[in-house]
Design a protein around this ligand. Structure first.
Ligand code: NAD
Ligand code: UDP
Length: 345
């Protein structure tokens, strides 16, 4: 149908057999796909502690089951091993669609599977949301802006992405996912939200994901040379995971008609060389810097314009890079890297 989109409360409640929670603080049945991953596991933790009935769904492609085993003791948490490229039959009120490898090394490992996860996975999850009358949030990415010609990037910027490069399986997959979300919204009245996540880091990020923060911290703690790709003049803006989780929960529950896309990220922009120096300083490492070739299609700069998130979600990040890095470095000191090391071929 083509009638105007309505809110979740107004429809789609027929599948609710029992009323959970209270009117003031309703308990929702929430599905988190990719829920065992870095961001997903923190989101699950937060939602479980807020008293919601949480289903974590993951195929463990890039995550460890141990990221969520501590939640298994909660009666309002359950874990399903499933791949979102295949439909799943559940009854839920909200879906956070986070399932997708996020680090370049992970998403390029099997690029076809990556794009299937974004495209078929989104279709399956949107179909589920449509059937349940639930609200669904897509974890999109700053990568939809590609190598941006506009700086900082507002949501209105349409991006500069190569459709045939080695990052396209991720960038273009996420762009199609946004298209699907907006079309299910306009054509099927599905209640959608889209968040564009900028580089996020923190404890429980995969130590071997090959991304800059995890590489630099691992190298600094081992006293190994820190690998700067290219000149190290390219920039990124790093958001601490707790700020990110708060932002996406606010977007999911925003009731002023704003559905996104919403940039969520930290506006403090650093060159990669500055990041390396900060990691060395905070960890007290004696590591030196070494350079390696810049990967293809590596964006030269990236900084979110968060005007919309400030306005509609009353959100802005509160953790600066030094504080967030200190917490992340502490966590890296506590883990046994062998528990995460990828198998050698
Ligand atoms: P992550 O790799 O830790 O988490 C992704 C999770 O999805 C993993 O647990 C993985 O096993 C699971 N997964 C992958 N393919 C799946 C499939 N087909 N079916 C079921 N589960 C599957 O990465 P993350 O950093 O937690 O990212 C979560 C989401 O946020 C992703 O969608 C990512 O694209 C997005 N994002 C993250 C960042 C960031 O800086 N961390 C930036 C932009 C966007
Ligand atoms: N990078 C680097 N050394 C590393 C890993 C990454 O200099 O060991 C650079 C990379 O080339 C990019 C930036 O750091 O310019 C961020 O890379 P990452 O893979 O973390 O994320 P993305 O490129 O997706 O933002």
């Amino acid at each position: 149908g083509r009638s105007p989109p309505q809110t979740r409360v107004a429809r789609g409640t027929t599948n609710r057999f029992v009323s959970l929670g209270t009117t003031a603080n309703p308990m929702l049945r929430i599905l988190v796909t990719g829920g065992a991953g870095f961001l997903g596991s923190h989101l699950c933790e937060r939602l479980v502690k807020d008293g919601h009935d949480v289903i974590c769904l993951d195929n463990f492609f890039t995550s460890q089951k141990t990221n969520v085993t501590h939640l298994l003791d909660y009666p309002n948490f359950e874990l399903i091993r499933h791949d979102i490229t295949v439909p799943v039959f559940l009854e839920v009120d909200q879906i956070y669609n986070l399932a997708c490898p996020a680090a370049p090394g992970h998403y390029q490992f099997n690029p076809i599977k990556t794009i299937k996860t974004s495209v078929l996975g989104s279709i399956n999850m949107l179909g589920l949301a449509k059937r349940c009358g639930g609200r669904i949030l897509q974890a999109s990415t700053s990568e939809v802006y590609g190598d941006p010609e506009v700086h900082p990037q507002p949501e209105s910027y349409r991006g500069s992405v190569s459709p045939i490069g080695i990052r396209a399986c991720y960038d273009e997959g996420k762009r199609v996912a946004e298209t699907l979300f907006m079309d299910y919204h306009r054509y099927n009245n599905v209640d959608v939200r889209i968040v564009r996540i900028f580089n996020t880091y923190g404890p429980r990020m995969h130590p071997f994901d090959g991304r800059v923060v995890s590489n630099f911290i691992r190298q600094a703690l081992a006293g190994e040379p820190i690998t700067i790709f290219g000149e190290g003049t390219q920039t990124r803006s790093f958001c601490y995971r707790d700020d990110l989780i708060e932002g996406i929960i606010r977007l999911m529950n925003c009731e002023d008609g704003f559905i996104g896309p919403a940039n969520i990220g930290n506006q403090d922009e650093y060159t990669i060389r500055e990041l390396a120096e900060k990691v060395i300083e905070i960890s007290g490492s004696k590591s030196t810097l070494t350079t390696e070739p810049l990967p293809a299609d590596d964006p030269t700069r990236r900084q979110p314009d968060i005007t919309l998130a400030k306005k509609h979600l009353n959100w802005s990040p509160t953790t600066d890079l030094a504080t967030g890095l200190a917490k992340t470095i502490e966590w890296f000191r506590t883990i046994n890297l062998d528990d995460y090391r990828p198998p050698t071929p």
